[in-house]
Design a protein around this ligand. Structure first.
Ligand SMILES: [Zn+2]
Length: 854
């Protein structure tokens, strides 16, 4: 569709002549419960000024039908004014009023106004998701972040429904079966931040108030929403508790009163992403409502997201990037604040920086080593670029670099800079220079070279210690070697570790210094006894890959689990995983470390990453000749640790899930079946609904789950979550028919919502079933362009990633990927980027396998 992919130049031109004052948006969703109703009525009236009277411009709108267009009282013919993506208007006055009346479509893909029917009770639920540019699926507008305006929503909905939007409702009128909600005008916000949530939602309420410096009291009504059928599982008190701690904390740090009135947090079905920071009306994926026991890592992750979205109320919503080049300005900041806030707000998640070091950074390292990596400040030409930029660089690397910036300028200067930034740019739009400007003011440091090195170049450095000692074992020199295409200034701490009286590895020295250039000598280490372990980037201040000297690596091989400090231990785990990914440590050695020390790992989040990484090591990085042996070792290890874990503990649950993921032999599968049937028991392990599905998946993948058994499990759990799990189990069965059905369900129809595309792809792509799925590699490459052009970009991304033949780790698949890339130089850049990244994963797997073979 021409005009659907708005370019940066077009946005700049439009912002150059327009200023938007207000939108009145009226939506009639009374038809939503009727499955036959495909559309809803949408009427937008926008008041805007034009600095070049007589000029023309366009609004964005993706709607099946436009009924009328009226500009300054003049009626335009929709047949000529509307081209399917844009409403073209010309002859603008200095002040304009435009009304567009359209029929917009209910969505099933998660973009626009998503409609979901709850299988548990037949109720219908709606919510919007617009970032980066899907408000145009719900109402006509100027869809770009720097044309902010006040929005007044009016929504007509079934009378029994609750309706929420960014602002509070001012008036509700009932007429027959319909109830009409009129919402107060918002402060100036961007189109992508507007929101409507509507349905018979369950609502929990609370209240936050705070004395402000000027003597007034800030009152913020709080609510948390989820589907009615999830209400029994909804721990709203915990969520609202974190919310109140966060509001306290961010008011202290930001010194700018929360600007959006009330604070609703809606947990919504079939959400494609974790959450979205709509001002006053945050949306979250409802998988954050836990139907079964989950580990504390899941609660921490949810609390982190609550604080991430809350930080956006200031950084992103109050002050908004001008265009998607500076998406990182808001995402890196919010990502950093998610972890920083968990500690600073005194939540119970005191290991937030461990999680950040171990998991968030792993995402950044991965993305930053693809050939497609980019500087944190990206070059975003258009909306397709923008959609792929919600990546590990924008979020995790950006947040890591902000953590380094805090170490570099000091946290006082950093937060004073943030305070000035909010006050100076409130309700406006900014670029990188605006942030650097305030930070230079508050820190007194020139940040241009820092920014050039960290924000405007791509790639990750590796830091390696080089230790020389004399005959007495004293350090004659400790140097830090820096590798990488661009060498950067790193503020780091170096930890020297030795065994204490109990034999634990503890830090005996901490040396903080600036590392610059290819080789930096750590002067303070001179003359000290050679420690058992030299840990660079201790405390995780900078963003880098850590390497070890040979003696330190020997120490880790023998005693990684003996590091007492959990952050230092997490850094060591992360470093040996990077060695494995880089083909510098055989996969089987990494697996041996996990099998030896994971049972002692106290941090539950780290343990769960170790489980995932150990599986990847066996599935992709191990010599194929050793794979079966490696898989058996993992399953045996899982069974052993499951039996030894503390009854009822998170660790026990994690090992039970790991057993389900690795079970292959008769003994393991027998236990799985016994746990499901109730004939086997592990003391303290409750086999609840989610664990049941995990166990069924193990049996399904092994070809030991009958159709009737799976159907019976679905009948007992006929919920949205149950349907996803059921679909994954069906796709996981090791038969040609099951693979064909999963492939067809996704490829031959565009009816599946993202959650079910994901479930089918996950079941289809089980690595151990590579013989069954190998014949889909060729059709996959043949279909790529068709999928990209015919499906929404969100669904296409899921398909391209979910079905890439990564498990076919052979030169032939690599050749097929290269042939596609060579043969499709004109394919959409965003599609080429994805294929390049998956191709790179494959090449990495082959390098790691070569290391493991040797
Ligand atoms: Zn965010």
């Amino acid at each position: 569709m021409p005009g659907k992919n708005l370019s940066r130049e077009e946005a700049q031109q439009r912002a150059g002549i327009l200023a938007v004052d207000s939108y009145r948006v009226r939506l009639d969703v009374t038809s939503a419960p009727d499955p036959a109703a495909a559309t809803f009525r949408s009427t937008t009236t926008v008041a805007f000024r034009c600095s070049q009277p007589g000029a023309g411009t366009f609004l964005d709108l993706l709607a099946p039908a436009v009924r009328s267009v009226t500009l300054n009282g003049r009626t335009l013919d929709p047949a000529t004014a509307y081209d399917g993506a844009r409403v073209h208007i010309d002859g603008l006055a200095a002040e304009n009023v435009l009304t567009v009346e359209a029929d917009c479509a209910y969505s099933r893909t998660g973009q626009g106004l998503h409609r979901f029917v709850d299988p548990a009770d037949g109720e219908t639920y709606l919510y919007t998701h617009f970032e980066p540019a899907d408000a145009r699926r719900v109402f006509a507008n100027f869809e770009q972040p720097d044309l902010k305006a006040a929005f007044s929503f009016t929504v007509a909905a079934p009378a029994a429904w609750d309706v929420r939007s960014n602002a509070v409702h001012e008036n509700v009128t009932v007429e027959g079966d319909a109830r009409t909600w009129e919402f107060a005008p918002t402060r100036p916000i961007s189109t992508y931040l507007t929101a409507v949530v509507a349905g018979p939602y369950h609502v929990a309420t609370d209240h936050y108030s705070r004395e402000l410096a000027d003597g007034t009291t800030l009152e913020i009504p709080l609510s948390a929403l989820c589907r009615k059928s999830l209400a029994p599982y909804f721990d709203a008190e915990e969520i609202l508790g974190v919310t109140k701690l966060g509001l306290d904390f961010f008011h202290e740090e930001f010194d700018y009163p929360y600007p959006f009135g009330k604070y609703d947090q809606a947990f919504v079905p079939e959400y494609n992403i974790g959450a979205m920071e709509n001002p006053g009306c945050v949306t979250f994926k409802e998988e954050f409502v836990f139907r079964s026991k989950v580990t504390d890592a899941a609660y921490e992750s949810r609390a982190n997201v609550v604080l991430h979205e809350m930080a956006h109320m200031w950084f992103g919503d109050l002050v908004t990037p001008r265009w998607w080049d500076d998406l990182w300005l808001k995402e890196s900041f919010a990502d950093f604040m998610g972890s920083y806030g968990l500690i600073g707000a005194h939540t119970r998640y005191s290991s937030a920086w461990v999680t950040f070091a171990n998991q968030r950074k792993a995402w950044a390292y991965e993305q930053d080593q693809f050939p497609t990596t980019h500087p944190i400040t990206a070059d975003i030409r258009d909306l397709e670029d923008a959609k792929l930029n919600f990546d590990g660089i924008t979020y995790a690397k950006g947040a890591s670099v902000l953590k380094q910036l805090v170490a570099y300028v000091g946290s006082d200067a950093f937060f004073e800079g943030a305070r000035r930034y909010f006050k100076r740019h409130a309700f406006g739009n900014t670029e990188l220079a605006d942030l650097l400007g305030v930070l230079e003011e508050t820190s007194g440091r020139d940040l241009k070279s820092w920014s050039a090195a960290w924000l405007q170049t791509a790639g990750v450095n590796a830091l390696t210690p080089q230790v020389t000692t004399d005959a007495e074992g004293r350090i004659t020199e400790l140097a830090v070697l820096q590798d990488g295409d661009v060498l950067r200034p790193h503020r780091i701490a170096v930890g020297l570790y030795d065994r204490d009286a109990d034999g634990a590895l503890v830090r005996t020295e901490r040396i903080e210094l600036d590392v610059t250039g290819a080789r930096t000598v750590v002067a303070e280490a001179l003359g000290r006894p050679r420690p058992a372990l030299v840990l660079l980037n201790d405390e995780d201040l900078t963003y880098c890959k850590i390497r070890f000297d040979a003696d330190s690596l020997e120490t880790l091989r023998g005693d990684l689990g003996g590091i007492r400090d959990e952050l230092a231990r997490a850094l060591a785990w992360s470093a040996v995983w990077n060695l494995t990914r880089d083909g510098l440590m055989p996969a089987r050695d990494y697996v041996a470390l996990v099998l030896r020390f994971a049972g002692r790992e106290g941090n539950i989040g780290v343990l769960q990453s170790l489980h995932a990484q150990a599986r990847t090591a066996v599935d992709l990085y191990a010599d194929p000749a050793w794979r079966a042996e490696g898989a058996r070792q993992l399953a045996d290890g899982a069974l052993r640790e499951l039996r030894e874990a503390v009854p009822g503990s998170d660790h026990q649950l994690a090992w039970a899930r790991f057993l389900a993921q690795t079970a292959g032999g008769a003994e393991h599968l027998g236990l799985v079946r016994g746990l499901l049937a109730g004939s086997a028991r592990i003391d303290g392990l409750e086999v609840d609904q989610e664990l049941r599905w995990a166990l069924w998946l193990a049996l399904a993948a092994a070809g030991q789950a009958g159709d009737e058994e799976l159907a019976a499990e679905l009948a007992a759990d006929n919920t949205a979550g149950g349907q996803r799990q059921y679909a994954q189990c069906l796709a996981a069965r090791p038969t040609p028919e099951a693979k064909a059905a999963a492939w067809s369900a996704v490829i031959d129809s565009d009816e599946l919502p993202g959650a079910l595309v994901r479930a089918n792809a996950a079941g289809f792509s089980i690595p151990a079933q590579r013989d069954l799925t190998s014949l889909y590699a060729a059709p996959y490459f043949k279909l790529l362009e068709k999928v990209w052009t015919e499906r929404s970009i969100e669904t296409a991304v899921l398909i391209v990633g979910g079905f890439f033949p990564i498990a076919q780790t052979g030169e032939q698949t690599l050749a097929e990927a290269d042939a596609w890339l060579d043969g499709h130089p004109q394919a959409a850049p965003a599609l080429r980027r994805l294929v390049l990244e998956h191709r790179d994963d494959l090449a990495r797997a082959l390098r790691a396998q070569a290391c493991d073979r040797a």
